[in-house]
Design a protein around this ligand. Structure first.
Ligand SMILES: [Mn+2]
Length: 430
């Protein structure tokens, strides 16, 4: 029997903290009451929030320069799911797992599905990988995959995506996410229009094989590994492709995949308006695709993104049902702590976005009162909703203070004993 963070360990942690939390919560509820906001309704919202964690996120991340492993690191997909379960038990908003093929290809899909479901977890989105070469692979992706000039390479990349969806069906997943590293490093290397045409033609085959009720997510990225031009470079190209493919193809926004000064909340709003916002890969960045923890660098931007999402949900935009996932690279922290903290930060932005006085904001916009419009948003953003988040975790069976609870449990120390070190190589960023 392996060590797990059980309900009784969590209750033991929560018990001495309940009184102070109740006092803080009641005080906040009183303050919000004066603004005609029902704190209880926000606790319910927080309890209903969901964000999937990536199977690769619980291992040590990496950069182009290397990868630092840690003791107690999961050595296979089952141990990764154990760690995902720990994150879920702490914060209770992360039951979904996004699985990467081939990094986490299961030997037996039914066995893996049973293992996950026995821990209250389920599989969310599948992720293909045609940006690396795997041992024994016939054709190389050095010069592209779905958009490669050679039809045999495209065939191999398409078949890989079809295999991902087949595995996903056995696991009970409901969507497939495609990110390609295709692009060029030199002017003249790519014929831009032909490369995009070849990509679309490959994607049409993948779309045609999409299982019933599944959604296909298209992830764009400005640069890297191609440093001159990528085939799926921005949200406009992603939107065009999603529209060309059909109603079950959607654009996916990874917060790290834009130019530094891009207004991402505006991108989000455009995709909502055009009916193609499929989902998110949440992370944060200072320079480029840094894959830092969500909300760690630009929490106001995260809030403004959720402001657009909540506005769309509250105004019942047709077909609006975005899927949320974390996509981070943990290089200097324990991934369980980073994922738990990120789950909390996303829930925070989601709850704060519900504090926006939308009637007052609309009135400011109508009267061109720019200053008061910003203050209306800032009033929501500067409200500390931590007691609401902690109360929602407590009621859902999670930890009042997830990081303190996790550290006190000695989880990683126990795992270090259970999981003798294995040599692992390779980075883990998409
Ligand atoms: Mn991503």
């Amino acid at each position: 029997m392996t060590f797990a963070i059980t309900d009784s360990i969590i209750q033991e942690h929560n018990q001495p903290r309940v009184k102070a939390l109740s006092e803080d919560y009641e005080h906040l509820a009183l303050q919000l009451g004066r603004r005609n906001i029902d704190a209880e309704a926000l606790v319910t919202r927080a309890m209903d929030f969901r964000v999937a964690v990536p199977s690769w996120g619980v291992g040590a991340g990496g950069t182009r320069f290397g990868r630092f492993g840690f003791t107690g690191e999961p050595r296979n997909i089952f141990e990764k799911l154990e760690d995902c379960e720990a994150v879920f038990r702490l914060v209770r908003v992360t039951p979904g797992i996004s699985l990467h093929i081939p990094w986490d290809r299961p030997e037996s899909s039914p066995a893996l599905r049973a293992f996950a479901e026995g821990r209250g977890l389920h599989f969310d989105s599948m992720n293909s990988n045609t940006f690396q070469d795997q041992p024994g692979q016939k054709h190389s992706y050095q010069f592209g995959s779905l958009s490669h000039v050679d039809a045999d390479v495209r065939r191999q990349a398409i078949d890989h995506n079809l295999e991902c969806m087949e595995i996903g069906q056995q696991l009970g997943a409901r969507s497939h996410t495609v990110w390609i590293g295709d692009g060029g490093n030199f002017p003249g290397q790519l014929h831009f229009r032909s490369a995009l045409e070849r990509y679309l033609s490959s994607m049409r085959e993948i779309y045609a094989a999409l299982p019933e009720r599944w959604r296909l997510f298209i992830e764009h990225k400005l640069y890297e590994p191609a440093f001159y031009a990528t085939v799926l470079n921005d949200w406009g190209t992603s939107y065009y492709c999603a529209r060309e493919l059909g109603p079950r193809a959607w654009s996916l926004v990874d917060l790290g995949h834009h130019a530094p000064n891009i207004n991402i909340e505006l991108v989000v709003s455009r995709l909502i308006q055009f009916g193609k916002l499929g989902g998110f890969h949440f992370n944060d960045s200072q320079y480029g695709d840094d894959d830092l923890d969500a909300g760690s660098i630009k929490p106001f931007q995260l809030f403004l993104i959720f402001n657009e999402l909540v506005d769309a949900a509250l105004s019942h935009v047709e077909g609006f049902d975005p899927s949320f996932m974390l996509d981070q690279s943990h290089n200097v922290t324990d991934p369980i702590e980073s994922l738990a903290a990120s789950g909390v930060e996303l829930t925070r932005a989601y709850v704060q976005a519900h504090l926006v006085d939308r009637a007052a904001l609309a009135d400011c916009q109508q009267r061109n009162d720019a200053l008061l419009a910003l203050q209306t948003l800032k009033q929501a953003f500067t409200t500390d909703v931590s007691p609401i988040l902690a109360m929602s975790r407590l009621r859902a069976g999670g930890a009042i203070d997830p990081i303190a609870m996790y550290r006190a449990s000695g989880y990683r120390r126990r795992k270090a004993a259970e999981r003798p070190a294995a040599i692992r190589l390779g980075a883990g960023i998409v």
